[in-house]
Design a binder for this molecule. Structure first.
Ligand SMILES: Nc1ncnc2c1ncn2[C@@H]1O[C@H](COP(=O)(O)OP(=O)(O)OP(=O)(O)O)[C@@H](O)[C@H]1O
Ligand SMILES: [Mg+2]
Length: 389
């Protein structure tokens, strides 16, 4: 018996050229969108961002875009605009790949440290976490607004979709993930690295697995920041598609250290729609913007409460201030989660509501879908993986 490999039919030079032209035109259209962040570039620079048009192993055309300087949200905006533009030209089935022009990084290799200029002029060196492709921080300004609940459900939902997912509970003073994922320590150490525990398909690391839950930690801020930094790197995470960082409230030492030292793919802001939480959410957004970390969007938690007896829907924390917040920071809403007894109860039982499949899981599913979609751009599009392989 002979075996033969069917080679995909190559695109004709005319088709390639026409795709390249349309991709250039699409980028110029994308530059007109405020969120694309491309408006400052001249047309020649924009056109040069179309680095290559090739035929994929599935025979589909692939347009490669130089992603140098583009954040995650900008890549999403560019990809959407290009696909819409191709659709308008009746060109279908095109894949968009983003790849840094300067990138010659081997697949699966641990990337070299990245030099980053601090806003105050200090040179920082960011060190990627070995084996971890994407790192997303879940943050808020104010405490108790639902970060840990969102982080746990996001991690469990991504793991449920088949992504290799980790969760790092960065709250030294009040770790939540042991309770919310129903996992208890201690963590083991193998070859001088901590071995994460596992709950609902998520690899989880928490200070709650290191200390006695009833004994308060009495470290000062800089000590905590140092401990968190160490904890990130001294864990054998294995290969992870995504690591979720559940941050403590505020914009102090811990948050700054993480944003400075760890190459974050993006940050998700969780807030309730009330003024006192939004003031702090503004600060969190500003911190990430200053540190050049793309803010992927906002989760509105405890958006409303529906009375189980009479069905009346009450916006306990208001609505207008939240809309103003989104508009003033040009951020998008990722999901709106109601205040529900079911969410709190399942969380306290160590069962993230997302895996219950109940109606209460829907807003979390929406968030997971959007994050999955955002990660696809880096997972499947050449930044970490070569589409030809
Ligand atoms: N949508 C919701 N409906 C009902 N209860 C919720 C909801 N979101 C969070 N909770 C509950 O509110 C409490 C605080 O949530 P969580 O611990 O996630 O907040 P946090 O922002 O992580 O707090 P901290 O700032 O202390 O880390 C928890 O008891 C959680 O179960
Ligand atoms: Mg928390």
């Amino acid at each position: 018996m002979t075996s033969s490999t069917t080679q995909p039919k190559q695109l004709s030079p005319e088709t390639m050229e026409s795709l390249r032209r349309e991709a250039m035109a699409g980028l110029i259209i994308a530059a007109q969108l405020e969120e694309s962040g491309l408006s400052a570039l001249d047309h020649k620079t924009l056109r040069d961002k179309v680095s290559e048009v090739t035929t994929g192993s599935d025979g589909r055309p692939q347009v490669r875009i130089d992603s140098t300087g583009l954040g995650l949200d900008q890549k999403i905006a560019v990809e959407r605009t290009l696909l819409r533009h191709f659709g308008n030209q009746e060109i279908s089935d095109v894949s968009i790949y983003f790849q840094k022009a300067s990138s010659s990084q081997a697949v699966g290799a641990v990337p070299a440290p990245v030099k980053k200029k601090h806003p105050l002029g200090i040179n920082l060196e960011q060190k990627p976490i070995a084996g971890v492709k994407n790192i997303i921080a879940v943050a808020s300004g104010k405490g108790g607004v639902g970060k840990s609940t969102v982080s746990t459900n996001l991690a469990a939902g991504l793991a449920d979709l088949g992504l290799k997912t980790g969760l790092m509970d960065c709250d030294v003073y009040g770790p939540s993930s042991p309770l919310m994922l129903g996992v208890s320590g201690p963590m083991q150490v193998e070859k001088a690295k901590l071995v994460p525990l596992e709950g609902h398909g998520v690899k989880v690391v928490s200070f709650g697995f290191l200390s006695d839950v009833k004994t308060p930690v009495i470290w000062r801020g800089p000590m905590v920041a140092k401990a968190i930094e160490q904890l990130c790197y001294d864990v054998n995470w294995g290969d992870l598609d995504v690591l979720i960082l559940d941050l403590p409230p505020g914009t102090g030492d811990v948050q700054l250290t993480l944003a400075e030292k760890i190459p974050l793919t993006g940050a998700i802001i969780v807030t309730t729609p009330q003024d006192v939480a939004l003031i702090d959410a503004h600060k969190a957004v500003s911190m990430f913007e200053t540190m050049n970390v793309p803010v992927m969007g906002v989760v509105e938690n405890m958006a409303h409460f529906t009375c189980t007896a009479c069905g009346h829907k009450e916006h306990i924390f208001g609505t207008e201030a939240f809309e103003e917040f989104l508009a003033s920071r040009s951020l998008s809403l990722l999901t709106k989660i109601p205040l529900e007894r079911n969410i709190r109860e399942l969380s306290d039982q160590g069962r993230p509501v997302i895996i219950s499949g109940s109606k209460s899981s829907e807003p979390y599913r929406q968030l997971v879908g959007l994050v999955r979609r955002a990660l696809e751009i880096t997972l499947d599009s050449g930044e970490n993986k070569d589409p030809h392989k």
